[in-house]
Design a binder for this molecule. Structure first.
Ligand code: FAD
Length: 503
């Protein structure tokens, strides 16, 4: 190994990103003698205070930390989540679900949806949603464990995530991290010291005069991007052209209606509104584009569409879609909002933090800070952002909506290259390819392509090897089994109580 081992890591910021980083690094690197981890945060500055919806990969992160799932659900007041429901995105009055897990069953070695597409071409009128246990169960408020050991059950196709209180999650992780030896220092950072020759950050200075020195700095300072942006000047790549929403207003409200295991996204005239049911409240927010809607209008629209009573004052947030051109520069690695922002339409921000932590652990530097490792980290991080961006743009671009200037802009924009290729392939033959191990699977792309009304011009020819009558019979059978299984699933509330994870 070239270079001496790192002896001191300083994490700047104690939001979700900071404490996720602290918990993971202290778990994996903590047992090594001679490595110190210190996290600096300022209660006066506070955290962004939003971020409640996740995707199934979070379970990998939690199990890497050794968290007990029921305890995690209780501590973070979480509910289980089977997918995301998109209302009014394709056209007013329309809805579809992006489910976690898979549709139907594999038949004849090709993906299920080719049989469904063939069925449609010979008169079947069923919706793709009817073949997903996550959608049929989720829409009726049901939840169950995946049945991985029973491939004949639709539950074997299920996958789940959580909707939780991100502030509670950060506090929960803080407890773990501190027990694993992380030192927390309270205070506002007012200056940064750097080595004259290398430009490496050597210390952060607090208002109190305390100096916190380190060799590797993890910038988790949120939108301020204190080290990566303000100090090192790494440019921000702006994607507003494709994702023009630049504001959000968030407000929790009392519980009302169902706590279905679905995050709901309802399209509005200049953006969209989220509804995230937790155990103790509903998280709500309105993401919008300031060019087409004022803050007052956006707030009034959100308040008018709450199901329960507001529990706090509206939290106004400003952002830009995009990412830091280099998430790792010199001896600074950016995690979370300091590294970039993509709106929470597909609940990906916390995932980007966990992916970056895993990447940092795999490419962990010595004090020599190898250029190859840094370049690899930056390339992979950029890839993640681009892949997710393309998936988000699909929701806006593939719409029939022409009822506002905002939707006219989104519908007529030129999609990024990767998305344009995916659209062309699906339109020509119904085929979807998951590129370079990207985050979203073929099922995810399928759900949104079909949900947003993209018509495929064909399907895999192998589907025609099955006689038409047999195709229709099998499709009907799958729908029936999915519906019957969903009926027997417990409700979200029954499920929480049965697993002793209710608060
Ligand atoms: P913050 O929470 O902003 O934390 C920054 C930390 O840095 C704080 O501790 C602060 O005190 C500290 N700090 C800053 N400056 C200084 C200083 N000078 N001195 C000392 N300390 C300092 N993600 C999801 O996965 N799902 C969602 O549903 C979701 N919804 C979102 C909705 C909106 C509108 C937004 C804006 C984000 C959403 N996110 C979501 C993203 C999610 O909130 C963040 O990715 C996540 O909370 C991580 O934030 P962070 O820790 O990077 O930053």
């Amino acid at each position: 190994m070239i270079g001496e081992p790192i002896r001191k890591i300083v994490i700047v910021g104690g939001g979700t990103a900071g404490w996720m980083g602290a918990a993971a690094l202290s778990k994996v690197m903590g047992p090594f003698p001679g490595l110190e981890i210190e996290l600096v945060e300022s209660e006066a500055i506070g955290t962004v205070g939003v971020g409640e919806a996740t995707i199934p990969q979070i379970s990998l992160f939690n199990s890497m930390l050794g968290l007990d799932e029921n305890e995690f659900v209780r501590e973070t007041h979480a509910t289980y989540k089977l997918g995301i429901e998109f209302v009014d995105w394709t056209r007013l009055g329309h809805s579809y679900v992006h489910p976690f897990g898979f549709y139907g069953v594999d038949m004849m070695g090709i993906e299920f949806h080719h049989h469904w597409l063939k069925g449609r071409s010979i008169g079947d009128t069923s919706e793709l949603d009817e073949y997903s246990i996550a959608v049929v169960g989720g829409k009726t408020g049901k939840m169950a464990w995946p049945a991985r050991d029973n491939p004949r059950s639709p539950l074997s196709k299920l996958s789940y995530a959580f909707q939780f209180d991100a502030g509670r999650y950060a506090r929960f992780l803080r407890g773990r991290a501190e027990r694993q030896g992380v030192r927390r220092t309270e205070g506002r950072i007012t200056a940064v010291e750097r080595d004259g020759a290398s430009g490496f950050v050597t210390a952060v200075m607090l208002e109190s005069g305390t100096k916190v020195e380190g060799e590797l700095f993890i910038d988790c300072s949120g939108f301020r991007a204190l080290l990566i942006g303000q100090e090192l000047g790494v440019p921000f790549t702006d994607w507003s052209e494709w994702l023009p929403c630049d504001r959000a207003v968030a407000i929790p409200c009392t519980l009302a209606g169902d706590r279905e295991p679905l995050t709901r996204s309802t399209a509005r005239p200049a953006g969209w509104q989220w509804r995230i049911p937790l155990q103790h409240r509903i998280g709500n927010g309105h993401v919008y584009c300031s060019e087409y809607m004022s803050e007052d209008e956006a707030t009034a629209m959100l308040l008018a569409n709450l199901e329960g009573e507001p529990l706090a004052e509206p939290n106004q947030l400003r952002f830009k879609a995009g990412y830091r051109a280099r998430a790792w520069e010199k001896n600074v690695v950016a995690l979370g909002l300091a590294g970039g922002f993509l709106e929470p339409l597909e609940s990906t921000a916390i995932h980007l933090v966990q992916a970056a932590i895993a990447r940092l652990l795999a490419l962990f530097p010595t004090r020599a800070f190898g250029a190859k490792e840094i370049a690899r980290f930056n390339e992979e991080t950029e890839r993640d952002y681009i892949d997710i961006r393309d998936f988000l743009v699909l929701h806006y671009n593939a719409t029939e909506r022409d009822d506002s200037e905002f939707w006219n802009y989104c519908r007529t924009l030129a999609p990024p290259e990767g998305l344009a290729e995916k659209l062309a392939m699906f339109r020509s033959s119904g085929r979807i390819f998951r590129e370079h191990n990207e985050l979203f699977t073929e099922t995810s792309w399928l759900s949104v392509l079909v949900g947003q009304g993209i018509e495929p011009g064909g399907y895999h020819p192998a589907a025609d090897l099955l006689p038409d009558a047999e195709t229709l019979k099998r499709l009907a059978h799958i729908r029936e089994v999915v519906a019957q299984t969903a009926e027997q699933m417990p409700t979200q509330d029954e499920f929480l109580a049965a697993n002793r994870s209710a608060i």
